[in-house]
Ligand binder design. Structure first.
Ligand code: ADE
Length: 247
């Protein structure tokens, strides 16, 4: 997958894109993230990429022309374009999976008060938010999106199961995890995890995941139970016990 990031701050991406899992994906040729400095496409004699908004109001607006130049340089006309913005639809795992299936993606990062609307309309940019709070720019949101997309591309994570098991992806919040030592400051790891009975371990994990989801995200539990799923007898028993709901 190729991701082009159009930004005024390309240097922010180095450590994230070059580090750990994303760095390895790049080395394997699975994911190629390239930044393009929008300022390089400014035709202004002071290299400016922003100007005052028509109609007044505070802050500056990123000009259409440098964005058009940057978009053309990455052939964005043939690619899916996303604009990181608190005005967009909130990102979820469904959207991440959809994006991870693309060969090419262009992400535009805004700064200041926003970007000239003509740049968004012309390049058919889909606005995406990472949550109901406002950041100083789209760079951190773009990195969040890239990280989440990257780990859904086959072979990016060492062990593919780790993406399938965990929170949200499976539809439930993940059960608690423990590692060595068995006893730490007098606190024991739950007995069932150490006795080697895999059926009991799976049931424990399922029960924990259901309980946590019920406590913290009843909306997700509702969705999970409403989907057509194949449950084993054991799973059905646990669901009934926890939700007092007959399947
Ligand atoms: N830019 C500023 N805040 C943002 C947010 N919450 N999501 C995406 N882009 C943003």
């Amino acid at each position: 997958m190729n991701i082009d990031v159009l930004t005024l701050f390309p240097e922010m991406f180095g450590p994230v894109v070059g580090g750990s899992i994303l760095g390895r994906a790049a080395a394997k040729g699975i994911l190629n993230v390239k930044t393009t400095d929008i300022r390089d496409f400014s035709n202004d004699k002071h290299n400016r990429a922003d100007d005052y908004p028509f109609g007044g109001g505070g802050g500056m607006v990123m000009m259409a022309d440098p964005i058009f130049g940057a978009m053309e340089s990455v052939s964005a006309a043939d690619k899916k374009v996303i604009y990181m913005s608190p005005r967009g639809r909130i990102l979820d795992q469904q959207k991440i999976i959809e994006l991870s299936q693309l060969d090419n993606l262009v992400i535009l990062c805004g700064h200041y008060e926003g970007v000239d609307q003509r740049a968004l309309d012309y390049w058919n940019a889909e606005e995406v938010s990472i949550g109901d709070y406002v950041l100083t720019g789209g760079e951190l949101p773009a990195m969040v999106l890239i990280d989440a997309v990257a780990r859904m591309i086959p072979d990016v994570l060492g062990n593919e199961n780790s993406a399938l098991d965990e929170s949200i992806y499976s539809g439930l919040l993940e059960h608690p995890q423990y590692t060595k030592p068995r006893q730490y400051r007098g606190i024991e790891v739950p007995e069932v995890l150490t006795n080697g009975n895999h059926k009991l371990i799976d049931e424990w994990k399922f029960r924990q995941a259901l309980t946590l989801t019920q406590e913290r995200r009843p909306d997700l539990l509702e969705e999970y139970l409403d989907k057509d799923r194949e449950f084993t007898k054991g799973e059905k028993r646990i669901i009934e016990e926890i939700t007092k709901r007959k399947l």
